[in-house]
Design a protein around this ligand. Structure first.
Ligand SMILES: NC(=O)c1ccc[n+]([C@@H]2O[C@H](COP(=O)([O-])OP(=O)(O)OC[C@H]3O[C@@H](n4cnc5c(N)ncnc54)[C@H](OP(=O)(O)O)[C@@H]3O)[C@@H](O)[C@H]2O)c1
Length: 253
């Protein structure tokens, strides 16, 4: 089988899997963070789990870039830097800065995320660095790139700022949960997820690619049900939870 046939087969399997996961997550809350519970088998240190899960994505795309034939292309270098800005932070900075006591996550959750990141990293990395038709030299000044890169940066900043707000809710040694306030928390319970979704929709636009679109759809499939679960959890736990706050999209959802 040629690599391009394998690539397209994997891409459609990835999209199909995303649809299954989207439906499943409306019935099962992924058992990590506030939704962790017994019955999901052996566990590993949660910080190690995050570094392994997200480091997979950073590593696979770095390998695709290094082994591809576009290492001197400004377009490929730009896509690579956007990707790595997110994933180096997510794998090697974010997990080590979180507040609260050391915690654990089920091996099965970390394992599924590693498989997801292997597939997603290969699909996006290989496409952008080798398999796609070459991007024209002027791509970085095209409207699709500029709008997409703008969304990516805006989403990234919202995600960083919202995660930082959560981090500051706990004093050293504290482990519980509080009502977050400020920034986009005024309107939604999970602005970190909203930022992440905007970020990858921006990447899909900037790269104008099917793998980028598949990843954006996967991000929505993963994070929209979890935002809904967080919102329901906040409302049950805090009787004074702001009534006007929505789960993910201001005024709507
Ligand atoms: N692209 C994707 O598909 C994808 C998937 C998953 C996550 N992510 C990203 O990864 C990051 C973390 O995700 P997550 O699911 O762990 O987010 P989360 O549930 O919002 O938790 C983020 C961190 O803040 C703490 N926290 C959350 N709410 C809190 C509160 N009310 N009071 C005090 N501390 C609180 C959590 O502690 P605990 O761990 O103790 O709950 C955790 O350390 C986010 O930026 C998200 O966008 C992306």
């Amino acid at each position: 089988m040629s690599e391009i046939a394998f690539f397209h087969g994997l891409l459609w399997a990835f999209v199909g899997l995303g649809a299954v996961v989207f439906v499943a997550l409306f019935f099962i809350d992924a058992p990590y963070g506030r939704h962790r519970r017994a019955g999901w088998g052996p566990t590993i240190d949660d910080t190690l789990g995050w570094a392994l899960m997200e480091g997979t994505s950073a590593t696979v795309v770095a390998a695709c870039f290094a082994l591809g034939d576009r290492r001197t292309s400004p377009v490929a270098i730009t896509f690579f830097l956007l990707w790595e800005a997110h994933y180096v932070h997510r794998a090697f900075i974010f997990p080590f800065r979180r507040s609260g006591a050391p915690r654990r996550m089920p091996v099965v959750v970390a394992g599924m995320a590693v498989v997801f990141n292997l597939m997603n990293g290969y699909l996006n990395g290989r496409w952008l660095n080798t398999l796609s038709p070459p991007y024209p030299d002027g791509w970085l000044t095209e409207a699709r790139f500029l709008a997409g890169a703008g969304l990516f940066v805006a989403g990234f900043l919202v995600n960083l700022q919202s995660d930082e707000t959560l981090r500051r809710l706990r004093a050293p040694g504290e482990t519980g949960y509080k009502i977050p306030v400020g920034g986009l928390y005024r309107w939604v319970s999970s602005p970190n997820y909203l930022g992440e979704i905007v970020e990858w929709c921006g990447f899909a636009l900037a790269t104008w690619s099917l793998p980028g679109l598949a990843f954006a759809v996967w991000t929505i499939a993963n994070l929209a049900p979890r935002a809904r679960a967080h919102h329901r959890w906040y409302r049950q736990k805090f009787p004074d939870y702001p009534a006007e706050r929505r789960a993910l999209i201001p005024y709507l959802l």
